[in-house]
Design a protein around this ligand. Structure first.
Ligand code: NAP
Length: 487
C-alpha cells in the first residue's frame, strides 16, 4: 500500500468514528485545537515570519483570527440549528397516506484541504477550510503549502495534541507534504476523497477541478482562485474627496504587498477633471510606498512577469510607481491607466496580477462604464465609491455589480474580510469554482455536507437532531413552522 492509499484508508476509518460524535464532542475538539495553537504561538509566529516574509504583527493577528475561527465553528455546532432540520410528520388520514419524513445536513466524508501560500495560518493547516470541515463532521487531509512547510507541521503537531486531549480518532486530521501535481493530484483522485478545499492561483484551482471531474465518481472542488475586485469611482466623490480616496486606495492596493485575493486590481471611472486629479494624487502616493518582500521567490517572479506583461500592452500608461528601487525578492508597487475602448478589446488587461498593482480604466461616459462591468468575469468583490447623490443616480451600475460578485461594498476598500455569519467570500467563476458557497464565515460549513432525508424511521433510530423530543434544543421546521419545541 502506498502512502496516499494508507492516508485515505485512515481517513475513511476516521470518518466512520468522527461522523457519529455528538456536536458537543466535536466542538470540544475544535476548542482544543484553538488552545493548542495558542499555546504554540511563541514558536509558530517567528517560523511563519521566516518562511513567508510576512510581518510579525500581521502573523500574530492572523493566528488570533485562526483560533477565533475554530471557536466560532465550535459555537455554531454547539447551538446546532445549522443542520437545517426539517420534519414533516405522517398523516394517516390523507389519501394517499403522507409518510413521516425528516431531513438534516450530514457530513460528506473525508475532505482534502490545500493550504494557501498567502495565509500561513487562517487559510492553511488549521484555517477556515479545515475548521469548517471538522465542524461539519468530516475528517481532513491537509496538503501543506511548500512555502511554509515548517509552520504547517508545527500547526499539525498542535492539532495532534488536541486529538489526544479530545479523544477523537487519531486520523481525524492528517498532514501530507509534497508536490501538488503528484501528492495533491493523488489525494483529489483517490476514491475515498469526497470534497476538496483550495485557495490559490486560477491554474492550480482549475487543475484540481479537472482532476475531480475526470474521476469515475466526480466530487466537488471548492476553489477560491482569481479576482481583480473592480472598484467604481463616481464623479461627485472624485471631485470632492480625491486626496482622501487616493490615500485610502494606495493603502489598500499595496497592503501586504498586494498579496490578498481581495486586492483592488481594477479601478473604473468616467473621464473627468476629478478623475485626473485623483489619478495624479494616487500616482504620488505610490511614489512614497516602499517596495517590500513578497511571500516567496515564485510569487515574486510571477508578479514581475505579469507586471511587465501588463505594462507592455498597447495603450497602457504608468500613473505611479515606488520611487525607491526594489531589492531582492521585493515587489515594485505600480499603478497604471488605460482608456476603456482599449481595455474592452484586450482580455490580457483583465487578468489578475497577484501583487501591488492596479489598473485604472477611464471611460468616455456611463454607458461605456457599464459595458466594462458587463464584460468582466466573476469576482469575489466589487466596490462602489460615491457620495449620496452619486449613489442615488447610479442604481443601474450597482445592479450590474450585484450580478458580478459575492460581496458588494459601498464606500470602503475590499481588502479585509470579516469572519462572521453574513460574510460571503466567494463569487461566480473564475473567482471560485462554485459561486453558491463562501469560504469565510459560518456558512462555509455548507460546503462539506449534503441533505439526507429519513423516511418512516422509528424515533430511537433517528439522529438526535431529528428526534421527537428535540434533545439538542435546536431550531427546526416542523410541519412548516419554525420551532424549538418537541413533537
Ligand atoms: P498555487 O500555485 O495555486 O498553489 C496552491 C497549492 O495548490 C499548492 O499546494 C500547490 O502545490 C497546489 N497546486 C498548484 N497547482 C497544482 C496542480 N496543477 N495540481 C495539483 N496541485 C496543484 O498558488 P500559490 O502557491 O499561492 O501561488 C502561486 C502563484 O499563483 C503566484 O505566483 C500567484 O501569482 C498566483 N496566485 C495566487 C493566489 C493566492 O491567493 N494564493 C491568488 C492568485 C494568484 P505545490 O506545493 O506543488 O506548489
Amino acid at each position: 500500500m502506498n502512502d496516499i492509499e494508507q492516508v485515505m484508508q485512515n481517513a475513511r476509518e476516521a470518518f466512520d468514528s468522527y461522523k457519529n460524535l455528538s456536536p458537543a464532542k466535536r466542538a470540544g475538539f475544535l476548542n482544543e485545537i484553538a488552545a493548542a495553537i495558542e499555546a504554540a504561538r511563541e514558536q509558530l509566529v517567528p517560523v511563519a515570519h521566516q518562511e513567508s516574509n510576512l510581518p510579525l504583527g500581521r502573523l500574530n493577528g492572523e493566528l488570533t483570527r485562526t483560533t477565533n475561527q475554530l471557536k466560532m465553528f465550535a459555537r455554531l455546532i454547539e447551538e446546532g440549528s445549522w443542520v437545517e432540520a426539517a420534519i414533516d410528520t405522517a398523516d394517516e388520514s390523507r389519501t394517499p397516506r403522507k409518510p413521516d419524513t425528516r431531513k438534516m445536513l450530514m457530513p460528506v466524508g473525508p475532505v482534502v484541504v490545500f493550504g494557501a501560500s498567502n495565509f500561513p495560518f487562517a487559510f492553511s493547516t488549521a484555517g477556515g477550510d479545515t475548521a469548517s470541515a471538522l465542524a461539519a463532521g468530516a475528517p481532513v487531509i491537509i496538503k501543506g503549502h511548500s512555502s511554509h512547510a515548517e509552520t504547517s507541521q508545527i500547526v499539525f503537531k498542535a492539532m495532534q495534541v488536541a486529538i489526544q486531549k479530545a479523544g477523537v480518532h487519531p486520523c481525524t486530521v492528517q498532514h501530507v507534504l509534497g508536490s501538488g501535481s503528484t501528492v495533491g493530484k493523488a489525494l483529489v483522485e483517490h476514491p475515498f476523497t469526497t470534497a476538496v478545499g483550495f485557495t490559490g492561483s486560477f491554474h492550480g484551482g482549475r487543475s484540481l477541478w479537472e482532476y475531480a471531474n475526470q474521476r469515475e465518481t466526480p466530487i466537488p472542488v471548492f476553489a477560491e482562485m482569481s479576482s481583480i475586485n473592480p472598484v467604481v469611482f463616481l464623479e461627485d466623490t472624485l471631485q470632492k474627496n480625491a486626496a482622501a480616496l487616493a490615500k485610502q486606495y494606495a493603502g489598500s492596493i499595496t497592503l501586504g504587498m498586494g498579496q490578498f485575493c481581495t486586492n483592488p486590481g481594477l479601478l473604473i471611472a468616467v473621464q473627468s477633471e476629478g478623475l485626473d486629479n485623483f489619478l495624479s494624487l494616487l500616482g504620488a502616493e505610490f511614489t512614497r510606498i516602499d517596495p517590500d518582500k513578497m511571500l516567496n521567490s515564485n510569487i515574486h517572479a510571477s508578479y514581475h512577469a505579469a507586471l511587465d506583461k501588463a505594462l507592455a500592452q498597447k495603450g497602457i500608461e504608468k500613473v505611479g510607481q515606488a520611487e525607491k528601487n526594489a531589492g531582492e525578492g521585493e515587489a515594485f508597487p505600480t499603478v497604471a491607466k488605460v482608456k476603456a475602448n482599449i481595455f474592452l478589446q484586450n482580455p490580457h488587461l483583465s487578468e489578475e496580477v497577484f501583487g501591488p498593482y492596479s489598473l485604472a480604466v477611464c471611460c468616455d461616459n456611463k454607458e461605456e462604464l457599464k459595458t466594462v462591468i458587463r464584460q468582466l468575469k466573476g469576482q469575489l468583490t466589487t466596490t462602489i465609491m460615491g457620495t449620496d447623490a452619486d449613489v442615488e443616480a447610479n442604481g443601474d451600475v450597482i445592479s450590474l455589480q450585484v450580478t458580478l460578485a459575492g460581496r458588494i461594498i459601498l464606500n470602503d476598500v475590499p481588502t479585509g474580510v470579516e469572519v462572521c455569519a453574513s460574510m460571503v467570500h466567494g463569487g461566480p467563476f473564475p473567482a471560485t469554482t462554485d459561486g453558491r458557497f463562501t469560504s469565510v464565515g459560518t456558512t462555509a460549513i455548507k460546503r462539506w455536507v449534503r441533505p439526507v432525508c429519513f423516511q418512516g424511521f422509528k424515533d430511537n433510530m433517528l439522529p438526535d437532531a431529528l428526534k421527537n423530543s428535540n434533545p439538542l434544543h435546536i431550531w427546526r421546521i416542523v410541519n412548516n413552522e419554525w420551532t424549538q419545541q418537541s413533537i
